[in-house]
Write a protein that binds this ligand. Structure first.
Ligand SMILES: *[C@@H]1O[C@H](CO)[C@@H](O)[C@H](O)[C@H]1NC(C)=O
Ligand SMILES: *[C@@H]1O[C@H](CO)[C@@H](O)[C@H](O)[C@H]1NC(C)=O
Ligand SMILES: *[C@@H]1O[C@H](CO)[C@@H](O)[C@H](O)[C@H]1NC(C)=O
Ligand SMILES: *[C@@H]1O[C@H](CO)[C@@H](O)[C@H](O)[C@H]1NC(C)=O
Ligand SMILES: *[C@@H]1O[C@H](CO)[C@@H](O)[C@H](O)[C@H]1NC(C)=O
Ligand SMILES: *[C@@H]1O[C@H](CO)[C@@H](O)[C@H](O)[C@H]1NC(C)=O
Ligand SMILES: *[C@@H]1O[C@H](CO)[C@@H](O)[C@H](O)[C@H]1NC(C)=O
Ligand SMILES: [Fe+2]
Length: 465
């Protein structure tokens, strides 16, 4: 064999020589928390690529480290991409936590433990004043607000994070490696405070399977819609995507609608609304927006707002439902901008006698058509003091590869404040009457560029009159 042939023989062996055996993936990663809705509990969720058992070892901060252990389960998630990548999603529910106490924990198994993290069990008092950061549309690439959110969360500025849809851009891409990397990126937020989510359009691929498998929200809808309570607030998370991806099942739209009605009915029982007067919704695609991109929210006949009549049976929208049950604040994203609205209903800032409001409750219809002219602002000087319609906030500018959107130059009269800066929103539900919202601009190094107090001496449908 000449030297050339010898080299060829070596080369053809090379793949075998360098490949060796693949690594063992038993090390926990992508650690994140969520609140399962029961006082004194928390769910820890993480990923390994090889199967291991699922344990969380934890203890009170300052106590003997890891003196308690909780066991959970792992479920196999097979991504639907070409490689059919497999991963194990581990879920452990911690119960019996002392409200407002701080715990340290790690998660994993005898085959490997995560880093050590800490969290504060949510205070379960109805007079607790929770502080939220909220945003949508945060991606793996160009996640402009991420570092500021990581730092502020670790400084203890927030009790809960609300991510209002559109993660990673997109979790399924590169055989779900984008999802993995995004979940690693948010670990330094989500391993410290509950990270509460709803699905957005960027999760739709393979019927939302990356979203449904990776998160662990309350209820048994694979994190698609659910509600929970904190302080004086009842918070409802929903999927606006059921109005758009009919191929995954029109029945989901009706299931969610029925569930929303029941949930709102329950939340409005006098004994419940008395202790949790604030009803706050979060969903990805807004009913209203004044961007120039022709999205659903730019049209009068927004599917989310007005429903669809091209389905059989036709599908009810959400605006009337939320109005009739006295929803106070509606949080949205999807538009890569921030926009605050004056109290709005029926695409208007006031109602006239011609715009009778139809009601689910028989008897109240006539009453609702009687009034003459009514401005939804609480008053001209203080529009958010006892507003006569829900308050909408659109906050989808956390940062992603699609950059920010643009506004149309002539917004409708309900548009109160707009910004195309990257950023996110802070919210504090201070007490039964006072709720505070402010917008942080990351472009302006954390400057607060907008803020309002929503003050309501009364809540519920009757507070509109
Ligand atoms: C670990 O996971 C990889 C990737 O799914 C797989 O190919 C390998 O067989 C697994 N190893 C063990 C020991 O389970
Ligand atoms: C709050 O937590 C304490 C301690 O676990 C418990 O005794 C109490 O019943 C809880 N209150 C509510 C309203 O859940
Ligand atoms: C929970 O919050 C309430 C209201 O702020 C406060 O009075 C109470 O002390 C807190 N609970 C604990 C255990 O810190
Ligand atoms: C999509 O997922 C939802 C939630 O699991 C399920 O109810 C629905 O049947 C699925 N749709 C299709 C077409 O598989
Ligand atoms: C159906 O909805 C469209 C807008 O989405 C509207 O233009 C049309 O008038 C509606 N048709 C009926 C019969 O209500
Ligand atoms: C609502 O209040 C704002 C702020 O005072 C004001 O600019 C706007 O014109 C008011 N809208 C109506 C319909 O009065
Ligand atoms: C609610 O919070 C506001 C703002 O901090 C405060 O002015 C008001 O007195 C509080 N109300 C009650 C009943 O504590
Ligand atoms: Fe979106």
């Amino acid at each position: 064999m000449g030297p050339a042939h010898a080299a060829c023989a070596l080369l053809s062996l090379a793949p075998l020589l360098v490949l060796g055996v693949p690594p063992i993936w038993t090390q926990p990663e992508q650690v994140h928390l969520s609140y399962p809705g029961e006082s004194g509990s928390m769910v820890v969720t993480w990923t390994t690529f090889n199967k291991t058992e699922s344990y969380v070892e934890y203890s009170l901060m300052g106590g003997r480290l890891f003196e308690m252990t909780a066991k959970g389960e792992a479920s196999l998630f097979v991504d639907s991409g070409k490689e059919k990548r497999k991963m194990f999603i581990h879920r452990v529910i911690l119960t019996g936590l002392k409200p407002a106490a701080t715990y340290v924990y790690h998660c994993g198994s005898a085959e490997g433990w995560s880093d050590i993290f800490f969290f504060t069990a949510l205070n379960n008092s109805t007079s607790f004043s929770p502080r939220f950061a909220l945003y949508g549309d945060l991606g793996n690439e160009n996640p402009q607000s991420l570092a500021r959110l990581q730092k502020e969360t670790q400084q203890g500025m927030y009790d809960v994070i609300l991510h209002i849809g559109d993660f990673a851009y997109d979790m399924h891409e590169d055989n779900a490696r984008i999802g993995d990397e995004f979940m690693r990126q948010i670990q330094s937020i989500a391993a410290y405070v509950p990270y509460m989510t709803c699905p957005g359009n960027h999760e739709a691929t393979y019927n939302f399977s990356n979203y449904r498998n990776r998160f662990s929200m309350p209820g048994n809808t694979e994190s698609l819609w659910y509600s929970w309570n904190l302080g004086s607030a009842h918070i409802i998370s929903l999927s606006t995507e059921v109005y758009f991806y009919l191929e995954f099942g029109l029945e989901l739209l009706f299931k969610q609608y029925e569930w929303l009605m029941k949930d709102l009915e329950e939340a409005n029982k006098p004994e419940n609304r008395a202790v949790r007067p604030w009803i706050i919704t979060m969903g990805h695609r807004p009913m209203y927006c004044s961007d120039d991109d022709q999205d659903d929210c730019t049209t009068f006949d927004s599917y989310v707002r007005r429903g669809r009549n091209d389905t059989k049976p036709s599908a009810p929208g959400l605006e009337d439902l939320f109005y009739l049950y006295g929803v106070d604040v509606e949080l949205w994203a999807h538009e890569h901008t921030y926009e605050r609205l004056w109290p709005v209903y029926g695409d208007k800032v006031s109602s006239s006698p011609h715009s009778c409001i139809y009601s689910l409750c028989s008897g109240s219809v006539t009453e609702m058509c009687v009034f003459l002219f009514k401005v939804f602002n609480g008053s001209k000087e203080q529009p958010y003091l006892n507003p006569k319609a829900p308050v909408h906030i659109i906050t989808g500018s956390a940062g992603c590869r699609e950059r920010t959107d643009r506004f149309n130059p002539n917004p409708k009269e309900w548009s109160a404040f707009r910004s195309t800066d990257y950023g996110y929103t802070r919210m504090q539900v201070v007490n039964a009457t006072h709720l505070y919202l402010e917008q942080v601009s990351d472009d302006q190094y954390g400057k607060v560029i907008d803020s309002i107090w929503v003050v309501k001496e009364k809540h519920g449908y009757s507070s509109w009159f």
